[in-house]
Each structure stands twice: as structure tokens, then as C-alpha cells.
Write a protein that binds this ligand. Structure first.
Ligand code: UDP
Length: 312
């Protein structure tokens, strides 16, 4: 197969950098774009001598032209609740003007386009587990709205570029994902718990810990995304791990994996924090022959070295 030229936005982020690695391993050439607002060059430093990789420091809210590309992965956005509430207007802009600018690149070059959407499109879901046909229960003016509505606008934009301009688009709805390169201080539950456990600090549970999440290890997620990018599906597809954990159970897993003897303390629950979340992955299984393989315990073990190095 001929080597493809692929654009990855958000390339210096957690998922973007793992995606670059997977594409390069498959023989593709990659242009990685990031404005480094939440991405970190350290996530790409191992690619410094890789001749098939080029990094472009670029804010996608400004129109840009990376040259001819065959496929685009649009992963640029602040993604953790701490980052997107700190960068609210920027998050709205990257998920609206930014997405349109990147769609224009795909349209210009007749390239495929895969957009990183999110389980946040379902908001605090009344349908459980979440199926792709569920329209969601989202607060349009709450603290999370800068992220949720930007991602929902992006889905509308992607569908419009498919319907009106015939761009070969794909939408992945990503559920909670973890692994090496997750920002140690991004406030997410896995990074917080791992860092707290390894630094001998108490684990902070928000609320009573009965809310649930379903955690996918990063390599499983990337595999699902690559398969989706090669499919004919234009409607959203959930990619995530359907193993559902309460946050209290998640804290216990982290304590078991780290061997930490630290205590658990309870803090107030943030506004609009979804009470439960679990993907229905029937569609991904049928369409892509994909399902996650790595259980939470094993994925946390695989992440331990990274968090240990970050905790020093
Ligand atoms: N959470 C927690 N303690 C923390 C960080 C997060 O109890 O130190 C909870 C948070 O309130 C939410 C869940 O863990 O219910 C997942 O939060 P995260 O920020 O990882 O992502 P979300 O799924 O909410 O976008």
C-alpha cells in the first residue's frame, strides 16, 4: 500500500500523540498540528528524528493549509473538565471555527475526515448504557456547556460537510480513556488518583463516589478509531470500554495497583457531573469487529511506570 499523508490536529495531546505513533507504525506520513495550549511537546519528543513526521505549531481556529493530505484526524480541543472550564471561550472556538477550518482542509484535498467527538454529547444520560441513537441530556448553559455544545456543534458541522460537500467523514464518540501521557495534573479521575496514591496523598472522591464511568485503555481506543477511519460509516460510533465502575471502586483499583495505603476523602461534586456513563458498543462490534481487550486493573498496571515518573 502507498504511504498516506495524514493530518492530525491536537497531535501533542494524549490521544493525538498516540494516534501519530500508531499511524507512523503503520507506515503513514504524519503532519501533527497543535497550538500547545494543553498539548505537550514532550508527548512527541520521541519523534524528533522520524523523517515521516512533521510538527506544525498552529492554532486551528485560524485558517491554514498543510498541503495535500489524504486523511485528517481532528483531535484538537482542551479535553479535561479542568482545562475546558479554564479555557471556556477557546474551547467553544476550537470546536466551531476550528472544526470548520479543518473540514475545509479535507474538502479542499478530497481527504477523509475523522472527528473526535465525545460521550459528553449524551450529557447526564437518561438512557443507559448510551446508544448512538440517543440524543442526549445536556445543559446548554452549565459549566460543561463550553465543551459539550462545542462538540455537539462539531458533530453537526461534520455531518453537514458530509451531506452538502460529500466529504468522507467519520464521527467517533470517545468515552473515558486513560494511559501513559495523560496529563498528570489535568484533574481527571485516573490521573488524580494515580498521582495522589503515588505521592502518598489522600484520594479525593467528588460526591459520594457512587457515580460511574467506564474506562478504556488508550491502545484499545486507538485501534477502534483506526478501524472506524477505514470504514464506510458516517454516523457516530461509540468507542469505549463498557466495563462500568463507580468512582469509589475506581479508587480501590488504584490503591490495589499502586500498593498505596493512603486514605480516601470526599469533596463536593462539581456542577452537572454525569451520574453514570457506559457505552453500548454493539455498533462498533458489528461494524468494525472491534471490542476492547484490556481490563482496568491491567491498564492501570501498564500506566504505573508513567505515573511513577510523573510523580517524582
Ligand atoms: N472525580 C473524582 N475525584 C477526582 C477527579 C474526578 O471523584 O479527583 C470524579 C468526577 O467528579 C467524575 C469522575 O470522577 O464523576 C470522572 O471525572 P473526570 O474529570 O475524569 O472526567 P469526566 O468523565 O467527568 O469528564
Amino acid at each position: 500500500m502507498m504511504s498516506r499523508n495524514i493530518l492530525v490536529t491536537g497531535a501533542a495531546g494524549f490521544l493525538g500523540s498516540h494516534l501519530c505513533d500508531a499511524l507512523l507504525a503503520a507506515g503513514d506520513s504524519v503532519i501533527g498540528v497543535d497550538n500547545l495550549s494543553t498539548g505537550r511537546l514532550a508527548n512527541l519528543s520521541h519523534l524528533e528524528r522520524e523523517s515521516r513526521f512533521r510538527f506544525l505549531e498552529q492554532d486551528i481556529t485560524q485558517p491554514f493549509d498543510p498541503g495535500k493530505v489524504d486523511l485528517v484526524f481532528n483531535f484538537a480541543s482542551p479535553a479535561s473538565p479542568i482545562d475546558y472550564t479554564r479555557l471556556g471561550p477557546e474551547t467553544l472556538l476550537v470546536g466551531s471555527a476550528g472544526t470548520i477550518n479543518v473540514l475545509e482542509v479535507a474538502r479542499k484535498y478530497g481527504a477523509g475526515f475523522l472527528h473526535a467527538s465525545t460521550s459528553e454529547c449524551y450529557g447526564d444520560p437518561e438512557v443507559h448504557p448510551q446508544v448512538e441513537t440517543y440524543w442526549g441530556h445536556v445543559n446548554p448553559i452549565g459549566l460543561r456547556s463550553v465543551y459539550d455544545e462545542a462538540k455537539r456543534f462539531s458533530e453537526a458541522a461534520v455531518m453537514a460537510y458530509h451531506r452538502y460537500y460529500n466529504v468522507d467523514t467519520h464521527l467517533v464518540r470517545i468515552f473515558n480513556t486513560y494511559g501513559p501521557r495523560l496529563q498528570p495534573n489535568d484533574g481527571r479521575v485516573i490521573s488524580n488518583f494515580m498521582m495522589q496514591a503515588l505521592q502518598g496523598k489522600p484520594l479525593t472522591i467528588y460526591g459520594d463516589g457512587s457515580q460511574t464511568r467506564s474506562f478504556c485503555y488508550v491502545s484499545d481506543l486507538i485501534e477502534g478509531i483506526l478501524r472506524l477511519s477505514g470504514s464506510d460509516e458516517h454516523l457516530p460510533v461509540n468507542i469505549g470500554n463498557p466495563d462500568e465502575w463507580t468512582i469509589l471502586e475506581c479508587a480501590r483499583e488504584v490503591l490495589a495497583v499502586t500498593g498505596a495505603g493512603t486514605e480516601i476523602i470526599f469533596k463536593p461534586l462539581p456542577q452537572d457531573d454525569p451520574t453514570r456513563r457506559r457505552p453500548d458498543i454493539t455498533k462498533a462490534k458489528q461494524l468494525l469487529g472491534w471490542e476492547p481487550k484490556i481490563k482496568l486493573r491491567h491498564g492501570l498496571e501498564k500506566s504505573l511506570e508513567y505515573f511513577k515518573a510523573s510523580a517524582q
